[in-house]
Design a protein around this ligand. Structure first.
Ligand SMILES: Nc1nc2c(ncn2[C@@H]2O[C@H](COP(=O)(O)OP(=O)(O)OP(=O)(O)O)[C@@H](O)[C@H]2O)c(=O)[nH]1
Ligand SMILES: [Mg+2]
Length: 476
């Protein structure tokens, strides 16, 4: 290739995932006596070249020195810069050296991850405004939990605090390139941002990094897709996923494969998400129609069911123990898991009080901080049933250090719904994991009760409070 005095345009090289190094050496001239530039070194790492060499030229136009560098996973910046040497002294055992480097990289890859296919670098970029509602640590910890649930293997975490987000590249293109280098050095396949990226940001970042870029919303959508079991749940999740992707697909999108397929592109069940803009719009219309039909049926069913039987709905942050509580109260076997959003298609069960009539207890989808917009739409159908509830049990994981922040996040979501008139009992769960003084303190507040859903601790008191709230008159 022929360039000008400053640069050469390299052809587009697709990232080759089957080999660790690309099998290409880039040898180019530097017309002035300059060593390898920052751009050269970044090309070396991002394009995974076997070797990069710049040949300088002396005043008579003859080759003088060679400057070389190669990827070295054990070094802190990811590459090794050789000392400049005379043009005549090119390395002889080149293939051996490359083989050795390749084995080093693969060793590092094995050590760092269990499932290299889904290895990810997490990136948290936080402004003071974002840090007001919760701490950086709490936010990134939750993203790690989400990744664990989505079976993404987290290799590295990068945190950056900024006064504001860059509208195009979120954290500045220099920093984005650094992260791309880190990804290459660690053999990561994904970069996941702890915020919702705009379509333009996602596009720009994937151009800079040449890697699949995902955000928190896509990880949550992915988990939803995996956990939805009923027809209604699956339709809702697919709709939310397609609405989310729609803004990110352009007419001739060569990033399509970065958006769909694999993590972030798994549809409900075994399906892959549809690709192609026109198809997406059609599918969205179809799903909306089908969901409207289902909604009509649900409303009809609710009207038929009437209000003879009071409903107690268990609400709360994801993984707080709602399903376990439902099971323990009603001796049922709804699935519970130490994962986020284990319940997507909530169940209801019947419970009989000793003196009174039967009631219905309903589990719900877990809430999460900063519920993404598309998801709150998907949630709304399952949550509309809450309007009919006679009583809410707000299940809180008392053993969670972030318990107060999570409690506020749930209250915020509840306050946005039309349910202010429904009484709420705050049920602090997992009291088997906290000390006695803490339990006494929590129990001292009105409308609070401390229990263990797992061990059925303090259930008598819980049932009593529920009964008193549901049937205030019969108390006397
Ligand atoms: N130690 C202890 N663990 C509990 C208790 N209640 C629930 N858990 C555990 O907490 C985890 C989450 O429980 P789930 O009942 O699935 O929580 P959930 O609120 O339904 O979660 P999602 O449906 O995912 O939103 C599980 O691993 C439970 O075993 C408890 O009282 N004590
Ligand atoms: Mg659950």
């Amino acid at each position: 290739m022929v360039g000008n005095t400053h640069s050469i345009m390299l052809p587009k090289l697709e990232r080759n995932r089957s080999t660790r190094l690309r099998g290409l050496r880039l040898v180019h001239t530097h017309l002035k006596e300059e060593a390898l530039s920052k751009e050269d070194l970044s090309d070396l790492c991002l394009l995974r070249l076997d070797y990069i060499t710049a040949i300088t030229i002396d005043s008579s136009g003859l080759p003088k020195l060679i400057h070389s560098a190669y990827i070295l996973p054990t070094s802190s910046n990811g590459y090794h810069l050789e000392s400049p040497c005379n043009f005549a002294k090119l390395p002889e055992n080149f293939s051996e050296q490359i083989e050795y480097l390749d084995s080093l990289i693969s060793q590092k890859q094995k050590k760092g991850s269990l499932n290299t296919e889904n290895g990810a670098i997490l990136v948290g970029v936080y402004t003071p405004e974002m840090r007001q509602s919760r701490s950086t640590e709490a936010s990134i910890k939750e993203l790690k939990e989400l990744c664990r649930t989505a079976e993404v293997n987290v290799i590295e975490t990068v945190i950056q605090k900024r006064s504001s987000l860059d509208p195009i590249s979120v954290l500045g293109s220099g920093k984005a390139q650094e992260i791309a280098l880190l990804a290459v050095q660690n053999n990561a396949e994904l970069i996941i941002f702890d915020l919702e990226l705009s379509p333009a940001q996602a596009k720009r970042l994937s151009e800079i990094c040449e890697l699949k870029i995902l955000d928190r919303t896509q990880i949550i959508l992915d988990i939803f897709a995996k956990n939805a079991t009923t027809r209604d749940g699956k339709l809702q999740v697919e709709l939310a996923q397609l609405r989310y992707l729609k803004g990110r697909l352009s007419e001739k999108d060569d990033n399509m494969s970065r958006l769909t397929g694999g993590i972030g592109g798994r549809g409900p069940g075994e399906t892959k998400l549809e690709i192609g803009r026109r198809k997406v719009s059609q599918r969205i219309k179809g799903l909306e129609k089908e969901l409207t039909q289902l909604k009509k049926r649900r409303i009809l069913n609710r009207t038929l069911r009437g209000k003879q039987v009071p409903t107690v709905s268990i609400v709360g942050y994801t993984n707080s123990g709602k399903s376990t509580l439902l099971n323990s109260l009603t001796n049922s076997l709804v699935q519970t898991q130490d994962k986020l959003f284990a319940t997507l298609d909530p169940r209801t069960r019947r419970l009989r009080f000793p003196k009174e009539k039967e009631i219905v207890i309903a589990d719900t989808v877990g809430f999460i901080h900063d519920l993404p917009k598309e998801l709150s739409r998907a949630f709304s159908a399952t949550l509309e049933e809450l309007i009919d509830a006679t009583l809410l049990l707000h299940c809180i994981d008392a053993s969670d250090p972030q318990c107060n922040q999570k409690l506020l996040a749930v209250k915020k979501i509840l306050s946005e719904m039309d349910i202010a008139h429904i009484p709420v009992i705050q049920v602090y769960n997992k009291c088997d994991l906290i000390d006695k003084e803490h339990i006494t303190f929590l129990n001292s507040e009105a409308n609070n009760i401390c229990i263990s859903a797992k061990n059925k601790n303090n259930f008598k008191s819980l049932l009593k409070i529920m009964e008193q709230t549901l049937y205030p008159s019969s108390e006397n």
